[in-house]
Design a protein around this ligand. Structure first.
Ligand code: DAH
Length: 338
């Protein structure tokens, strides 16, 4: 019996060593250790072994089973390692990783954030108001009478209830003065809506940044100094700024501010960036008429206001020749601003 067991061990180890696939290995396991395998069949022979030999034969049986089991396991591990090595051989671990796609802030957001930062350093606080406005906040309170062309059906988006999509952020001036007494020093970035034809410098939905400063003895010099400082902070000292006399119903005197747009390969061009002026006394009178406690006596307070186009700021900052790039959402364009 002992010799038989040793022969089984020899045969098993040789067979296992010769195996060349994982299924062949499994066949060998079944062939030797399975219920009808050679070792199991031999083990059944224990019954006929004389009593005094039983311990020795039993021990041998265990040794052989252990030896075969270990051989099966190590051959199995060897084969798995070989399979993995073959798979990894086709992977070049020295290749650089593929970059993960990474987003970034839209150039309009970046410019708006920077503008807000500069003006906050100068003491302006953020304010806001609704985009769906009453005609009173948008026009009447801003000294813009019924017959003014800005109020035309063809220039403005009217709702059936008479409200409108605000045509400018100047309505936030009114919202703020109704809620707060002077002194006021606010900026209000936000969307504005007009029935404009889309072209290289116009969009029907665009972004403005409104500013209002009301205190005693506010002058045109304060306005000019504030805006010139702002533009230099934004664009650097070499930026060309031009104030042109203009008309706005809610300021007197009023100006338009132009900046020189310099795009490589194109001729320089002045582009209108903002409207501004000294708050018209009629605006204070109109606001005070609506306040529970009058606080804006035009003989005591004065102020300046401005409103600029954020898209236009971005065009100058990044030398963009067509405003439509800013709304096309073309990643080839946007990825340049990450
Ligand atoms: N609201 C004007 C516009 O949209 C811009 C403007 C002009 C704003 C003069 C002002 C201002 O605050 O004082 O064209």
């Amino acid at each position: 019996m002992i010799e038989e067991l040793e022969q089984i061990q020899k045969d098993a180890l040789a067979a296992i060593a010769a195996v060349d696939s994982e299924t062949a290995l499994e066949d060998q396991r079944v062939g030797f250790l399975g219920k009808k395998g050679r070792l199991s069949v031999a083990g059944a022979g224990m019954r006929d072994v004389p009593k005094e030999q039983k311990p020795a034969v039993g021990q041998k049986l265990n040794e052989v089973r252990t030896a075969i089991t270990e051989a099966l396991e190590s051959k199995g591990a060897e084969m798995i390692a070989a399979r993995d090595a073959k798979q990894f051989a086709s992977i070049d671990v020295t290749l650089p990783p593929r970059p993960l796609p990474q987003g970034g802030l839209h150039p309009l957001t970046q410019v708006q954030d920077e503008a807000i930062q500069i003006l906050r350093r100068m003491g302006f606080a953020l304010a806001d108001g609704p985009e769906i406005e009453t005609a009173w906040h948008c026009f009447d309170a801003l000294n813009t009478p019924e017959e003014h062309p800005a109020r035309n059906e063809s220039d403005t988006f009217y709702f059936e209830n008479g409200k409108i999509l605000r045509t400018h952020t100047s309505s936030v001036q009114i919202q703020t003065m109704l809620k707060n007494p002077p002194p006021i020093r606010i900026i209000a970035p936000g969307s504005a809506y007009r029935r404009d034809e889309i072209d290289a410098t116009h969009l029907p939905v665009f972004t403005q940044l409104e500013g209002l400063y009301v205190d005693t003895h506010v002058t045109l010099a304060d306005l000019k100094g504030t805006l010139e400082y702002f533009f230099r902070e934004m664009f650097g000292n070499s930026i060309d700024v031009r104030f042109r006399p203009h008309f706005f119903p809610f300021t007197e005197p009023s100006f338009e501010v132009d900046l020189k747009l310099q795009v490589k390969g194109k001729s320089d061009k002045w582009i209108e960036i903002a409207g501004c002026g000294i708050v018209d006394p009629n605006v204070f009178i109109e606001v005070d008429g609506k306040r529970k406690q009058p606080a804006y006596n035009p003989d005591e307070v004065s102020g300046f206001a401005f409103g600029m186009g954020i898209e236009r700021l971005a065009m100058i900052k990044y030398e963009i020749s067509d405003i439509r790039h800013l709304i096309d959402n073309d990643t080839r364009f946007l990825s340049q601003f990450r």
